[in-house]
Design a binder for this molecule. Structure first.
Ligand code: IMP
Ligand code: MG
Length: 177
């Protein structure tokens, strides 16, 4: 089996690119169906969600806009419990339908923080799309309408996800051995 080494850790194949592709297709189908005529703003959470978002938006066939926020909560392989905002969106979110696009939801702290900030702008609606969710790690109850896959409480890299800056460019998702 292929093993990848990043810094001091080793990772093994967990989700193949074909399976990610199928999952993104399924999420896109649901969003296309639900957001007809609503011109949503996809609020993409950098850095990690950039690969997922790039694949997702190219499978959406509805009119939409995109904006970006850059937040950080992770250091190494653990959630730190404090959120650093590098920057927030540029567009007006007032009366708009917002879809937050996240790579992975671990404790849910980042999402909870962002939902609070977005809600304060007076949007018409807020939903979340994420590729991966770790139910056993979750500490915040914010609903996630479009969830690609649930996974165990493992640390993963690839497809936008990093371990201290490395591994984002890997096509599949690998988990720590
Ligand atoms: P939360 O605030 O604990 O939900 O953590 C969410 C953020 O931490 C995500 O947006 C990711 O950037 C990062 N993260 C969580 N789990 C992992 C992982 O397994 N690998 C890499 N990054 C992760
Ligand atoms: Mg992230």
């Amino acid at each position: 089996m292929k093993v990848i080494r990043l810094h001091d850790l080793e990772f093994e194949m967990f989700i193949a690119p074909e399976q990610i592709n199928e999952t993104v297709g399924r999420l896109a189908l649901a969003i296309n169906h639900d957001y007809q005529g609503r011109n949503p703003i996809l609020l993409i959470v950098l850095n990690g969600a950039f690969v997922f978002a790039a694949d997702l938006v190219r499978r959406l066939s509805i009119p939409l806009q995109m904006d970006f926020v850059k937040l950080r909560s992770y250091l190494g392989t653990a959630s730190t419990g404090s959120i650093h905002e590098h920057f927030l969106w540029e567009s007006s979110l007032k009366d708009r339908h917002i879809i937050i696009v996240e790579d992975i939801i671990d404790t849910g702290h980042t999402l909870h923080h962002l939902v609070g900030k977005v809600a304060a702008e007076g949007p018409a609606s807020i939903e979340t799309a994420c590729l991966l969710l770790k139910p056993a790690a979750r500490q915040y109850p914010d609903p996630v309408k479009y969830c690609g896959m649930e996974m165990p409480n493992d640390f993963v890299v690839g497809y936008g996800l990093d371990y201290d800056g490395l591994g984002r460019e890997i096509a599949g998702i690998y988990k720590k051995i």
